[in-house]
Write a protein that binds this ligand. Structure first.
Ligand code: HEC
Length: 66
């Protein structure tokens, strides 16, 4: 897996990574509900929460490219 951008820490801290994954579900559900409601404020907030949930794992476990 030489082309992987995952840090070796990911495999060592698997339990922590799984916590990040399970944390995605509620924010994804909120985003889904917001989109269905069509409320722009709710969508913007849910998007922010989603990108934070995604980004905090990338911060810890994904090798930065720049
Ligand atoms: C459990 C940790 C984790 C979570 C949560 C997570 N990611 Fe990632 N993500 C990674 C890792 C690690 C990589 C690098 C994988 C590789 O290239 O081998 C990655 C790579 C990516 C990439 C590839 C592009 C790039 O810049 O390398 C995209 C796009 C991406 N993630 C989007 C998301 C989105 C959107 C979410 C939220 C819905 C999310 N990820 C949630 C760990 C996570």
């Amino acid at each position: 897996m030489t082309d992987s951008a995952a840090k070796p820490e990911l495999w060592k801290n698997w339990a922590e990574a799984q916590r990040y994954w399970s944390g995605l579900q509620p924010v994804a559900e909120r985003l889904d509900a917001a989109v269905k409601s069509g409320d722009r404020t709710q969508i913007a907030q849910a998007l922010g929460a989603t990108s934070k949930a995604c980004g905090s794992c990338h911060e810890d476990f994904r090798v930065k490219k720049n």
